[in-house]
Design a protein around this ligand. Sequence first.
Ligand code: FAD
Length: 493
Amino acid sequence: MVSKLKLMFFFFHLISIVVLALDLSKLHGNISNNPSDIKAASLDFGNMRYVEALAVMYPNSAHDIVELIKKSYQSEKAFPVSPKGSGHSLYGQAQVADGVVIDMTGTKVSLQERKQPAQGSKGSYVDVWGGDLWVNVLNWTVTYGLAPKSWTNYLYVTVGGTLSNAGVGGQSYIHGPQISNVYELDVVTGKGELKTCSKDENSELFYSVLGGLGQFGIITRARIALEPAPECVVLIHLMYLDFSIFTKDIEYLISLHEKPANERFDSIHSSVLIDQGGVRYVLEVVKYFSKLTEDTVRQEIIETLLKKLDFIPSSTTSSISLTYFDFLDQLRQMELDLRRKGLLDVPHPWITLLVPKSKIGEFDKGIFKGILGSNSNGWIVMKPLLENKWDVRTSVVLPDEDIFYAILMLRSAIDTGEGTKAKLDFIINQNREIIKFCKENELGVKGYMAHHETQEEWIEHYGDKWDLIYKRKIEFDPKHILGTGQHIFQYSS
Ligand code: FAD
């Protein structure tokens, strides 16, 4: 009896998939169910989760997306839809089972929607397609002598993808994350409405979508704030063995965030190195300059600032000059090297935590020197952030403190003799221990680009913000069509 029921259910499911496929073929926009397109849309950079989509849309405009979502929203049996940027998620967040993935990265639509920079009442800006890559936005705007203000470490990700998380980098302590540097958006909601939104127009939608994990709408256009593009940068690495001196120096440097540019660094970033020799900390400080000002910048600004710091003088790397583009694009070379060696397509069980300043010492002792100890590989990044550079009305959740650190634990399951599966299990177990340690010791940590499997876990993640998130979902995506790969809401047909 049970197996008969199962069989009936299976056929019913199959028929509804075929009906949906036939229905989709009537839509505009480029919809594919070619196996290689489906395969690409069903996996991400994390390389741990394959969730098969039914079809992939390659939109030619925002209107193609409107039509697709309306089709789902208005039909009796809605189907789930997920926007996918460059797919650098780790745990299937941009994937969708038996639904449609919208591949936002099309070159044609990106070129068509990328506009010339313009001057507005708040400053210079550029309008770009939501699926445009940040590297393209940079290359485009520098030809006008301008550039976005806030960056992530890696540029081959999309504008809509990072704005759905936050986008944090070395400049965030001055300018805030990327979501604090957007003037306006066009968004297709889960009801299939295309709306322009900003702080002044449809503001609830604007704040919902920023840091909204793709839950409330699909960003089709973003108006990004620009500043004059620096020509070059000086980049200096400073080494520390003592964690409290290291964080004291970082916190001193970020306290200069409101100072004029000639009294502070332009980017601050740091790494934690863990190996058999113990734990060391590297602070990367960066100063922008033009070719004409290099000597003054080195002698007057950098020298003065470095004198205030307590790094180990003998271990300091010599300062290097790079073009602004090469500085922002540093990870690309590393990526290409890993690809060449066949080490890029491995599982990436990365986690990122936002840790309040008051608990960062405990985090160091318990995790860097404890759980990870000498038993770690990969890259650990620490970015200092200031709460007052974030807008609390967005959908992001932050630790409850003025200063906190984004800790990115970028460890990959590279087989070093034990087998990929064993390595992956080892890192995943360490990740679980890390989360457990933070909970047991009440460190007040929040997940960034968090990954949870159940709504209960998401309710805990959002804390006091959950009611707002729920209200926003009901308002902008009442059938829970969007972003099911995040497992925050179940879609209901
Ligand atoms: P995807 O993985 O494709 O999508 C991410 C989420 O956004 C999904 O939920 C998806 O449904 C949703 N989404 C995608 N496009 C849209 C859209 N147009 N509208 C609405 N929702 C959408 N992050 C930082 O903050 N700082 C860093 O320094 C940093 N460094 C990184 C370095 C590397 C090497 C990598 C791989 C990632 C790094 N990240 C960093 C993380 C990165 O910002 C996120 O993974 C980001 O989501 C990637 O963008 P994507 O285009 O690949 O998004």
